[in-house]
Design a protein around this ligand. Structure first.
Ligand code: DAH
Length: 339
């Protein structure tokens, strides 16, 4: 009998209840009118005299333990019920957090950065509010150049020297003023032009500028770099360099990548030629090097500049440039899985 009592004692001490029902069942089993304790107390009178004392003490211990357990679990369940009433079930799975998406401009910019980082280019930045020197004069842009036209440039009314930069080439100048060759840097950023907004053009957009200055840099280095880049970004390595003019490079070229003419879209975006213009480039004009404090007899280099928005429209087949700045979530959320 005493062994049985001790087993019950162990069971009572180990007991846990998750629900009010389980606790009530415990109460009935031990403390109820027909429960174990009643049975043991009733048995007391039949116990031989010499065992009575120990038996009685053990039944009392069991009674106290069962009462204490019941009180403790009851208090615990009540406080849990109160917490749940206030906060709900704290063990429930959390509400899913909506995952955001990266903007297509950021996606393309980061891809370009990663491609050029692979061949030793750093990333540099400059201000969007520029002065005449960095945006125009240092870049060999004479005063009569059309890029200076009031139609193209947003000037600050009270100070004709201050403007919103029209290209990221201004960062070239700042970088050369602050660093000695060898220089290998790309400068992504936003630029502004006073243009009518349409599906194809906006009054602000994004560019990446590239600059490479060292001893003995040649046009062949430029071409190889661009070929590596177009292969990495578009998976296409056939490029052509069309002679062009930029005041800050000599010679200058426009870069076309061979896109192909396989689908109807290919025809549309390449206007039936298969070729797509993606950037301007050239050998940095010696005047520009000298303007920035670099000896043009010792050093040469190349530069290039491309529009990020146009590339994003192309890669993600976005039909209207305005979508890039309207922040419509129905548009943005489509880039959740984009790389
Ligand atoms: N700054 C030019 C533009 O905005 C792009 C460009 C052309 C940048 C040739 C260059 C370059 O560095 O060499 O259209």
């Amino acid at each position: 009998m005493i062994e049985e009592l001790k087993k019950h004692l162990e069971a009572v001490e180990a007991f846990q209840a998750d629900t009010a029902e389980a606790l009530e069942a415990f109460r009935i089993e031990y403390l109820g009118k027909k429960g174990h304790l009643s049975t043991f107390f009733a048995a007391l009178k039949d116990i031989p005299k010499e065992e009575k004392k120990e038996f009685g003490q053990t039944v009392n211990t069991l009674k106290n333990a069962a009462n204490a357990k019941w009180e403790a679990l009851k208090a615990e369940l009540e406080s849990r019920t109160a917490t749940e009433a206030r906060y709900g079930d704290l063990t429930r799975p959390g509400a899913p957090m909506p995952v955001g998406s990266r903007h297509p401009i950021s996606l393309v910019r980061d891809q370009i950065i990663s491609i050029f980082s692979g061949i030793g280019f750093t990333v540099s930045e400059g201000p969007e509010i520029e002065d005449d020197w960095h945006n125009f004069t240092a870049l060999n842009l004479p005063e009569y150049h059309p890029a200076r036209d009031m139609q193209d440039t947003f000037f600050i009314q009270t100070d004709p020297d201050i403007l919103l930069r029209t290209h990221t080439s201004s960062v070239q100048v700042r970088y050369m003023e602050q660093h000695k060759p060898p220089i290998r840097t790309i400068s992504p950023g936003r630029v502004y032009r006073n243009e009518a907004i349409s599906a194809r053009s906006h009054c602000f957009f994004h560019q990446v500028e590239g600059l490479y200055i060292d001893k003995g840099v040649s046009f062949a280095d430029l071409k190889q770099t661009l070929q590596y880049f177009t292969k990495a970004l578009f998976g296409k390595s056939r490029i052509r360099l069309r002679p062009s003019y930029f005041p800050f490079t000599e010679p200058s070229a426009e870069v076309d990548v061979y896109w192909g003419l396989e689908t109807e879209t290919d025809y549309k975006i390449t206007k039936g030629t298969g070729w797509l213009e993606i950037m301007g480039c050239g050998m940095v004009d010696p005047n520009v090097l000298e303007n920035c404090g670099i000896d043009s007899k010792e050093y040469s280099g190349f530069a290039f500049g491309m529009g990020i928005d146009r590339i994003a429209l192309l890669l993600y087949q976005i039909p209207d440039i305005r979508l890039l700045s309207e922040n419509d979530v129905r548009f943005l959320k489509q880039f959740k899985n984009a790389l």
